[in-house]
Every structure is written in structure tokens, then in C-alpha cells.
Ligand binder design. Sequence first.
Ligand code: E4P
Length: 227
Amino acid sequence: MKLILDTANLSDIRYFNDYYPIDGVTTNPTILSREGGDIVAHLHEIRKIIGPKKELHIQVTETEYEKILEEAKAIVKAFGTKETVCVKIPANDVGLRATKTLASEGYRITVTAVLSAGQALLAANAGAAYVAPYVSRLENIGADGVGTVAEIQEIFDASGTDTKILAASFKTAREVLDVALTGAGAATVSADVMKRLLAHTTTDTSIAGFAADWEKAFGKKTLGSML
Ligand code: E4P
């Protein structure tokens, strides 16, 4: 399962892009609103940090069909190519119409704010590259977020569609692991949840133990310096 970073914070993107195996960055209008300032320059900086090949998901802000098409094309032109920029379009009727048109012209669309398997089925049939089901927003309203992702994956497997799941809206590392078990193609994860996937106190004490035992036996010399 691909892991994408769900933030527009530049220092987080720099850190995770250097240290973690991330496949790209997702943003949405709320995430971008937290950064403020010259948001176009900010998005260019994100592209510079992750390089030309990784996926950058940017959501449209227009709500009318023709304007969504225009904005989507401008987004792709500004921040990469049809292959590397996924345009996020919300899962409503206008969004579906725009997805059908843009997908037929070779644009990669991430249909976002998906809260049901029905929406995911329609998005896939419209030609979306990804559908983004919101796991914790479903859990928050008493629905089964991971179960919805599993149902969507089953429908996609049964139909043989090329559309992939990009599961989104995670609050816990457990949710990410449960989604990985469904066979979903990708998940987009906040900096906090990404860190929680790696952190383990027993790993830290193990590393400290290795260092202490080595030093007791061989002093400050490293193995490399002895070779
Ligand atoms: C992807 O970019 C989604 O918009 C995002 O994961 C939503 O997350 P939230 O429910 O934490 O706002």
C-alpha cells in the first residue's frame, strides 16, 4: 500500500520526504488554509521538495462544472504533469461530471470526500484514478470506516476497475493498518499518524542496549573504523 503524506506543512514534508518512504503529498483547502500566505508559491515549494516524480494531490476550489475543468487543467499545468498531479474533486453530481470529462482527457482525478461505497462505485465508473474514503469521519458518525474501505475494495476487485483506493482521514495508526489489510492501493496519513507507525519504546531501548554493549566491549570505535 502506497503511503502519502496528508499535510502542506513544509518542514514536515521535508522531514518525511527525507526519512520515510512516502509516495507523495495530499492537500485539501482546509490543509492549505492552515499555511496561509502565497499559497501558489507554497505549492511550488512542495513540488520542489518532493521532486518531479511523486504524486501531488491538489483539490479544486471551483464548484461549477466548466470552472472546475478550467481550474483542474491550470492546477496540473502549474504543478507537474497529468501523471504526477492528481486533481481532487469532491464526490457530488458536478464532481462526477467533471471527473468523466477530465478522465477522458487523460487527467488523473482523485474523487474525494467519499463516505459510501455507492459514491466510490460511481467515481470509478466515471474514470477516477483514486477514490478517497474518509475513514475517521465515518467512524466519528458511528459508521464503519474500515468496513466501508473493505467493501469498496471488494467491489473494485469484483469489477476489475483500474481505480484505486486512496484511504484518507485517519486518526490512529491502527486504522491505517486495518485499511492496509483490505488491500487498498494507498493511504494518506498525517504527520502525527505517520510518526506513530514507526515509534516504539522497545525499539528505542533495544537500540540503546546495542550501543551500550558495543561500547563496553570495543570502546568508542565503530565497526566501520576497524575495517
Ligand atoms: C485527504 O487529503 C483528506 O482530505 C483528508 O485526509 C481529510 O482528513 P480529515 O478528516 O482529518 O480532515
